[in-house]
Structures are given as C-alpha cells and as structure tokens.
Design a protein around this ligand. Sequence first.
Ligand code: ADP
Ligand code: ZN
Length: 442
Amino acid sequence: MEQRYYQPEIETMPVEELKKLQSEKLVKQVKHVYEHVPYYRNLMDEKGVKPEDIKGIEDISKLPFLTKADLRDAYPYGLLAVPQKDCVRIQSTSGTTGRRVVAFYTQHDVDLWEDCCARAITAVGGTDEDVCQVAYGYGLFTGGPGLNGGSHKVGCLTLPMSSGNTERQIQFMMDLNATILCCTPSYAAYIGESLKEMGYKPEDNKLKAGIFGAEPWTEEMRQSIQNALGIKAYDIYGLTETTGPGVSFECSEQNGMHINEDHFYAEIIDPETGEVLPEGSKGELVFTSLDKEAFPLLRYRTRDICVLSRKPCACGRTHIRMSKPMGRSDDMLIIRGVNVFPSQIETVLLKEGYSPNYQIVLDRVNNNDTFDVNVEMNPDQFSDTVGGLTKQEKALAAAMKTMLGINPTVHLVSPKSIVRSEGKAVRVIDKRKLIDNNQWKG
Ligand code: ADP
Ligand code: ZN
C-alpha cells in the first residue's frame, strides 16, 4: 500500500525530536494541572513533588498515578482543569466495568482527538474519495463522535449510521458504495453474517477497509472478519478518559497500534507494584495526556494489559506501537483459581472452525466453580445425532482445556441463539456473587 499520513511531520518525526516535544509539553501540562486541579495538586503534595521537579519526560515517574477510583471520587467536575464555559463537549464511558465516568473537552481537545482519528483513517488508505460508514454508537459513547470527526477531517463522505438497525445499515452500505466501515469487531462480525444470510458474497460490497476497536478481539477474529467482508481489518484503541478512539491505531502492517505520542505518553507498569517496566515487558498501560486542556489526566492507569515496542515499522511512522490489549486486568476471570481471559476462548473457537459467538456462564455449586461455555454452531456444523453433538462438545472442551488448563463444559447451541451485540459484546455471565475485593474495607 502506498503510505499516506494525515500529519506526516508529526507521524514520522525522529524519536529524539519527539522526546523533546513530549518534554516541553509535559513541563507545561504539569504546571497547568497543578494550578487548576486541586484534586491532583493534593496527590502531588502528598507525594512531595512540585511542578519544578518535572524538567522533562524522564521525570514523569515522579508523578503520582490516577486511577478510575479517583475519577469516580472526583465525579463529575473534580478533575476539570479549565472553567466550564471553555468546554464544548462531554462524553462518557460505556460503563463496561462499573459506574460511568465523564470526560470534558475544549474545542482544542475535540480537534486533537479528531486529528488522531483522521490519522487512523488515513493509515488504512482513507482519502477524500472514500465513503466512510460509521457504525459505532453515537451519543455519549466516544466511538461514533470520534470516527465521525476524523472522517470529516480526512474529507471522506461520512455516513453517520450509528450502531444497530442492521438491515438498513447493509442497504446503505450497498446503495451508497461504502468503502470504509468503522464499528466494534463483534458488530462487524454480525454485519458479515447478515450479509451472507441476505445472499451477498464478500466481493459484492465496495468495502476495502474496516476500523474496528473498543473491545478486545483476536487475530483469528480478524481473519474471520476479513474473509466475511472481503476487506482488510484494522484495530483502533482508545478510552474515554484520554479522549476516545484514536489514542492508537494500526497501520498497513497490521502489527500493533501506533500510539499518538505527541498527545499521549505511554508507560507500562507492574500492576502489583506500580514499578515502571522496560520496553517489551507485559504490564498495565498508563497514559499521560500531554496537551489536553479540559481533562488532562496525568499517569492514568488504564488497567489494560499489553506490551510496547519501539522497533522501527515499515510504514515509516516513528511512534511507539502497543500490542492488542488481551483484556483488562478486571476482565480477567479467576475460575477454580486459574486466570482466564475471554479472548483465549475466542482464539480456540475460531481455530477449531466455530463462530465467535459464545457466552461464558459461571456459577458456584457446593463451593465449586461451574464453568460453562455456550457456543453457537455454524449452520454447516449441525450434527444429526445426539452422539455426534456430544462428541463435538467433548472435542471442543478438550481444546479449551489445552489452552486454559481447566476443563469447561461446552454446550453447542443452534445458530443465532446467542444475542448479537451492536456495540461492545457481553461475553461473561458471572452468577457466583463473589466478594468484590475493591469493596473490601478490611
Ligand atoms: P468502558 O471502560 O466503560 O468500556 P470506554 O468505552 O471508554 O469505557 O472503553 C475503553 C476501554 O475499551 C479500554 O480501556 C479498553 O479496555 C477497551 N478497548 C478499547 N479499544 C480496544 C481495542 N482495540 N482492543 C481491546 N480493548 C479495547
Ligand atoms: Zn506502522
């Protein structure tokens, strides 16, 4: 693919220059936050660090962390760093893991967020010739507004579909010759499945690329979506607390997501000790907003687990890459004492030729965890005999045991019987009513 950049001078900036730029921005940002956010000033005072102690990016580890608990404590206006009259937008998390948090944006903040999304769209080959169908939800959720803004900046003809109403989604996609699709990977899979049911082949649509994120998905899922839609599928990552989608994005290489490092400085820490780990280590991702005005979080702990790499990328971008987060530290299930990520189950299913439509159901009977996985069969996997079905279930359970180290009970269910998601998929139903450690007061 011919390489195009939305902001070439920044996206391909030599690393040394980038570090200088980050240092200048950080020094300014720490002053701004210290002066305008009493909540964070208290945290800095408690840690005995003053703005003057931060002379460059190498001093960042002197600063205290912020956590989601801080955001909830300070809800709603406690971390706002500018007068409310200077803000033009509020967005909110989707509340996947608890109470929603709200984030604020000045026009400058909206602009830099949309620039990041424009970089992502350009990286997958988007230009002003494209028709970009945005099927992320619009509203408080950042997916729709972020990609919508980025698509405008690139000059694509933007189709603001929002999520849902899949038949109309497909009709517009076909009638208006959409070339780029933006939505969650689980919704992309659903659109692919629906296209097939409606009698379309992958080559019947004009799509060339998809920008899919907001939830974890596997390489196997990527292959499956690429085949179903006849496109290249690219990952995009972000969180409301830092802006929304576009904090990082995949380039033509489809090998990790470039973090927009002129705006977001990334660290990987040991989630237990808070110690900063060297590049290449797996740990919790921490972000510092270097130039956001309204809601500039410093050292925010995302709870997303991944790895950073500064190895040069063939696309020419110099910004550091992050691996696909395999799930959040709080997505991790502990079943019979073993750590299990739902994404591991997805990997097994797609490897074994099943659909990525599944649900994990956990319960506790006589103090033992029960671990059931409901998996949809593809229409061509129907077995006529009960014996045949049981055999398939056993084989799948054995494959999962190899991956996870513990044995689930697999139930193959009929096609289309698991509820489809138009946004972030719900993969786990946990009925165990375990004590939430975060609530424990000692
Ligand atoms: P919520 O925390 O309520 O889901 P957001 O809608 O802001 O709030 O979601 C941000 C989170 O979504 C991230 O912290 C991360 O866990 C997840 N996420 C976003 N993009 C991706 C991606 N490409 N791959 C894996 N996880 C992602
Ligand atoms: Zn690249």
